[in-house]
Ligand binder design. Structure first.
Ligand code: TRP
Length: 334
């Protein structure tokens, strides 16, 4: 039988270790990453260099970066199948970031909606790093010639900018970078804040946010307090019943049930039954992940071997791109 070798498409994505991973990052991102790991060649990064665009506590940042790796693994990401690494361990990100900044317009960065939002939130500390952060993100992606970038809706504009930078560079110097596409998976659940269901669940809003490492009693308390509405019906209606719709989304993502099944299950029952049921489903979903993370966190040598191997592999790939770039722009070979 003839064997066909089909090159797998490459994926790059990352999450900032600027806070604990949330139920939103699990249901909206990591769960999808796990589903992609067999079909694609994936790089999953802990983007610590992005995290310092706003002030971080050094000890916490260090602890969270490693904890995030343990949690990636506990969620089902296999270090044998994916390249998992810490961004600052691969200096090529910073190097390519500098180069790409010289091919990015000030005006383009000024139009980034996340910059506008974050500079309002951190009005006393608007650094140039916060401003040029999308350039570093472009470097993350282009270094590895990634084809696809799974991201949430809020990152689409940054991936668009990355494409523009890649096309511009390719136009000046001939084909250098794969022009990536953002990849917003259909099955990803967009989890909203429990306290404020108009907004995305965010680690900056701890009350509306369930963390992957939350204890069962904290998860239950957060779900029992979740904002609903003054009706009675457990029905999906995003416009008029944002809170209940969000809880239904979470319930379905946690149990694998369809919306119709979930609505039927709670037909005629009030929120006093529904909310704890969602909480319990999430507790059961998170329990093995939390226990496995705690176990892996104790094995420092294992974690170190994973991020070291990840960085070595990533550096090998990154160097190929970076030397090509340096040659094309006219730097003297070292
Ligand atoms: N900017 C992304 C976020 O805040 C994280 C990120 C950094 C990223 N580099 C990336 C995501 C590259 C995808 C690809 O969510």
């Amino acid at each position: 039988m003839e064997e066909k070798i089909i090159k797998k498409k490459r994926i790059f994505s990352g999450i900032q270790p600027s806070g604990e991973l949330t139920l939103g990052s699990y249901m909206g991102a990591i769960k999808n990453w796990v589903a992609l790991q067999d079909e694609y060649e994936c790089l999953y990064c802990i983007v610590d260099m992005h995290a310092i665009t706003v002030r971080q506590d050094p000890a916490l940042l260090r602890r969270r970066s490693v904890a995030q790796l343990a949690q990636y693994i506990a969620c089902g990401l296999d270090p044998q199948k994916n390249i998992m690494f810490i961004q600052s361990h691969v200096p090529q990100h910073a190097e390519l970031g500098w180069v790409l900044g010289c091919y990015t317009q000030f005006g383009e960065l000024s139009r980034m909606t996340q910059f506008k939002a974050k500079s309002q939130q951190h009005a006393d500390n608007i650094t140039s790093g916060l401003f040029t952060y999308p350039v570093l993100m472009a470097a993350d992606i282009l270094l590895y010639q990634a084809d696809l970038v799974p991201v949430g809706e809020d990152q689409r504009q940054h991936v668009e900018l990355c494409r523009d930078i890649a096309q511009r560079f390719n136009g000046v110097y001939s084909d250098t970078f794969t022009v990536p596409e953002s990849f917003i998976p259909k099955m990803g659940a967009r989890v909203m804040s429990l306290g404020n269901p108009e907004n995305k669940m965010s680690k900056s809003d701890p009350d509306g946010c369930v963390f992957l490492m939350d204890k069962p009693e904290d998860i239950m308390r957060k779900f029992k307090r979740a904002v609903t509405d003054c009706e009675m019906a457990v029905k999906y209606d995003k416009v008029n019943k944002a809170g209940i719709s969000n809880l239904l989304t979470i319930y379905c993502a946690a149990t694998g049930k369809t919306l119709e099944e979930a609505e039927a299950e709670f037909e005629g029952q009030g929120y006093g039954v529904f909310k704890p049921a969602v909480g319990e489903a999430v507790v059961e979903l998170m329990r093995p992940i939390r226990e496995e993370s705690e176990r892996i966190m104790k094995d420092k040598a294992y974690l170190e071997s994973v991020y070291k191997e990840g960085a070595a592999h990533a550096q090998y790939l990154a160097n190929k791109t970076l030397s090509k770039v340096y040659r094309k722009i006219g730097f003297v070979a070292r």
